[in-house]
Write a protein that binds this ligand. Structure first.
Ligand code: KIV
Ligand code: ZN
Length: 396
């Protein structure tokens, strides 16, 4: 089966990301973030849910008017007023996409939607057709697809395709699925609905079990060619697949996976900072790719390694993700001679060779009593050592 080797990145920071508890972007925030995502060559941005309110509809319309060089999506439930609101909001978009979603799992049908399967199939057909009257780019999502009956998911997907859907998204709405189960489910869907091959198959993951990136990778392995993600993984509850993780995972493993994305990865760290600042959701220090500690090395063995050759303990080049601080040696009680000297030299400090040992002993006394020995302390240690030994080195 031949599949394109490009995985499209669909960013939903401005829609699912804004569904994070406590997050509300201003229109200016949204426009700025949308511009940065376009500059990074993300393929699609989902910018809102126009039926939610007139303010939301105006915001989607404003971004759609402004965004260039990128596909702009708006979300709609499978009801006429939502689809019409999305169509109207996207009127001035260069490349508009309407994203129609409708529950597919038994638990949601019975306890939330209160519709039977036949009604869901009819709504899918009618609303995808309605969306197609506004644009020839329509995405359909059978919500909670990973927990739904595969026979029924196949039926609604077949219906959506017949009605004109061009992207079929498989949402793991509650972050329930495991990578192997997801791969098997996608294979089963492709087997049952061969006509899906004419569409782009997409995956939308949530991180309730911390599996959103692993699931997205499994989906790519199973033939999915669009991944939905958010910057810093923000989103409903535990969030969505983090854009920076899936993009860099695909990049690092591109040879094995046989695919790539079109994203300019150097935009990753700057947009992470921007989304953290504008959402108020700070990024954990140990967060993959964009956390403060992602390129900071604290233990003696690792510091010795990266001083000799960065790749001994780093799989990503900080510059590749736009991290201007680069590889950092963080000094503390676990640091060794190599790390201490390397950090001091990075600060432009030099000493006569025998003095490094004297300075290191002084450093260890301080490091044992503190969490981190900062640059000011390193300068003081070197200055005190030079004063004590009386040996100076002239710097060229
Ligand atoms: O998680 C989800 O199912 C969604 C859909 C609207 C795609 O966000
Ligand atoms: Zn979602």
């Amino acid at each position: 089966m031949s599949k394109s080797d490009q995985v499209f990145i669909f960013d939903t920071t401005l829609r699912d990301g804004e569904q994070s508890a406590g997050v509300s972007f201003t229109l200016d925030d949204k426009i700025e973030i949308a511009r940065d995502l376009a500059a990074m060559k993300v393929d699609v941005i989902e910018v809102g849910f126009p039926a939610a309110s007139p303010v939301e509809q105006d915001a989607v319309a404003a971004i759609a008017r402004e965004a260039r060089g990128i596909r702009v999506a708006a979300l709609a439930r499978a009801v006429a007023s939502d689809v019409d609101a999305a169509g109207a909001a996207l009127r001035h978009a260069e490349a508009p996409r309407i994203h129609v979603f409708l529950s597919a799992s038994e638990v949601q049908l019975r306890h939330q939607l209160r519709k039977d399967r036949e009604q869901v199939v009819r709504m899918t057909d009618a609303m995808v057709r309605r969306a197609r009257q506004f644009t020839d780019d329509v995405e359909f999502s059978p919500m909670d697809a990973t927990r739904a009956d595969i026979g029924f998911v196949s039926e609604v997907v077949r219906t959506a395709l017949r009605a004109g859907a061009t992207t079929i998204n498989i949402p793991d709405t509650v972050g329930w699925v495991m990578p192997g189960v997801l791969s098997a489910r996608i294979a089963e869907l492709r087997h049952r609905v061969p006509e899906i091959e004419a569409a782009v198959i997409s995956f939308h993951g949530h991180d309730d079990l911390g599996l959103a990136t692993a699931n997205a990778l499994a989906a790519v392995g199973a033939g999915v060619r669009q991944i939905e993600a958010t910057v810093n993984g923000i989103g409903e509850r535990a969030g969505n697949t983090p854009l920076e993780e899936i993009v860099m995972a695909i990049h690092v493993h591109r040879d094995v996976l046989g695919v790539h994305t079109g994203v300019d990865t150097t935009g990753i760290q700057p947009i992470s900072h921007k989304v953290a600042a504008k959402s108020g959701l700070h990024v954990a220090a140990n967060k993959a790719v964009v956390g403060r500690n992602a390129f900071r090395h604290a233990s003696g063995i690792h510091q010795d390694g990266v001083v000799k050759f960065r790749e001994t303990f780093e799989i990503l080049d900080p510059a590749e993700v736009g991290n201007v601080r680069g590889t950092e040696i963080v000094l503390g009680k676990l640091s060794g001679r190599a790390g201490f000297r390397a950090r001091a030299e990075q600060l432009g400090l030099t000493m006569a060779d025998p003095d490094w040992e004297v300075a290191f002993e002084r450093f260890q006394l301080i490091a044992d009593r503190s969490r981190e020995v900062d640059d000011a302390a390193v300068r003081t240690i070197v200055a005190d050592t030079i004063r004590e030994t009386g040996r100076h080195v002239s710097v060229a």
